[in-house]
Design a protein around this ligand. Sequence first.
Ligand SMILES: Nc1ncnc2c1ncn2[C@@H]1O[C@H](COP(=O)(O)OP(=O)(O)O)[C@@H](O)[C@H]1O
Ligand SMILES: [Mg+2]
Length: 195
Amino acid sequence: MKHAKKTARRKILALRDAAHDPKTDAAMIQTLMALDAYQKAKALACYVSYGSEVDTHPLITRALSDGKTVAVPHCVMKTHEMKMLTLSHFPDDLKPGTMGILEPDPAICPEMPPDAIDLMIVPGVGFTESGERLGYGGGFYDRYLPRLRPDAARIALVPEYLLFNALPTEDHDQRVPVIITERRIINCYHNNASH
Ligand SMILES: Nc1ncnc2c1ncn2[C@@H]1O[C@H](COP(=O)(O)OP(=O)(O)O)[C@@H](O)[C@H]1O
Ligand SMILES: [Mg+2]
């Protein structure tokens, strides 16, 4: 299974690097910002996009100007620990961390506790319509998602071409309940998972 995931990740990331289209990113962010889950959220946790990932920088900027509390991930690779740290200024509170990805400075950004989060934007490499997720290989979100309040919204922004009929998954893999594409909003738990 480790091998199957690794192969799928490599293939999908190569596809994404070739096909990434910023125009579809903007459409997904627009759809998200019109949802109650966004408008009612006081505290939002969102990854800081890197490379060909769906661009979340405009979302973070807008959420801060909408008066929301915004936290972004800080990962410790060695211990596989991820915390969400609260930003006051974007991108000024960030500096390049592991692999050049922008991370918050733990010296100036306080932790947002998991139970304070109203909405989490979940990153990933590939998804299925039933919400199965292939991540980057650290298992960070598989460990973090169960710590959110049950009523917290969990949403993935996924261009149509990164939706697959099936993906290699294991029991520990967490699904996302809602996926936003450039064309539609998918209620994933209405679709049966393949395993
Ligand atoms: N809840 C968990 N508790 C302990 N280890 C976990 C948990 N979730 C995932 N892992 C470990 O993290 C590693 C990466 O998980 P994987 O699902 O392959 O990555 P990703 O979700 O980033 O694609 C695996 O070795 C897996 O066993
Ligand atoms: Mg996983």
